[in-house]
Design a protein around this ligand. Structure first.
Ligand SMILES: C[S@@+](CC[C@H](N)C(=O)[O-])C[C@H]1O[C@@H](n2cnc3c(N)ncnc32)[C@H](O)[C@@H]1O
Length: 207
């Protein structure tokens, strides 16, 4: 699978985010917990489910779900993070692709499932997409859901640690979700299922 270089550049690509890899390398070296999102994702799934980790970074969530027995494919556009994934998680199937370039045909051509029980879009991916591509990304991921499949999203609606992130109020996000034929099934304020808050948004989307 290739990433389509004609696609608009993401907010992530528009800033120097090299601190992200260094920060997580430090956490890994310390043996810190970097699997909180994956624990919630795992609780949402039957055993041996298909999972797409979209905007996977260096694959920490996809790898944690793979270790729990799921069939995981990770998709990431940033070349450096794809390379970092190969070092930390050499057994994690990873495609270097923009989310907007994912399709059943492209995934099938790379030998991956074409429909997923869960698509994970965590770690602020939604606020780091290219400007004005939120609906296109949600629609692209909707097309990759298996029957009954869901999308787990997590982002800072404001004050993201990534300087290039947009502000994305929950109600605007919800309008984008509904515009592409999805619905917000659950809305929490953390991966520990805290009540909804303005500080962090965890949402479960379904058709
Ligand atoms: C803060 S990092 C989080 C990475 C990972 N999800 C995690 O939680 O560790 C945000 C990621 O979103 C990715 N991203 C943003 N827009 C993307 C797009 N259109 N296609 C693929 N990846 C994208 C960036 O490349 C970056 O790796």
């Amino acid at each position: 699978m290739s990433t389509d270089d004609a696609l608009p550049s993401t907010r992530w690509e528009q800033a120097d985010n090299t601190g992200f890899a260094a920060y997580f390398s430090g956490l890994i070296a310390e043996g810190a917990d970097i699997e909180g999102e994956a624990r919630l994702a795992d609780a949402m799934l039957p055993r041996g489910a298909t999972v797409l980790d979209a905007g996977a970074g260096f694959g920490r969530i996809g790898a944690a779900l793979q270790a729990r027995g799921h069939r995981v494919v990770a998709a990431e556009k940033d070349r450096d993070l794809v390379a970092m994934a190969a070092v930390h998680y050499p057994d994690l199937p990873m495609v270097r692709s923009d989310i907007l370039a994912l399709s059943p045909d492209a995934l099938a051509a790379a030998g991956h499932p074409t429909a997923y029980d869960l698509v994970v879009v965590v770690g602020n991916v939604m606020v780091l997409l290219a400007p004005d591509t939120e609906r296109r990304a949600l629609s692209t991921l909707n097309a990759l859901l298996a029957d009954g499949g869901r999308i787990l999203v997590g982002f800072h609606p404001k004050d993201s640690p990534a300087s290039s992130a947009r502000i994305y109020p929950f109600e605007e996000f919800r309008a984008d979700v509904e515009a592409v034929g999805l619905t917000v099934q659950h809305h929490f304020g953390s991966y520990e299922l805290a009540p909804p808050s303005d500080e962090y948004c965890v949402a479960v989307l379904a058709r």
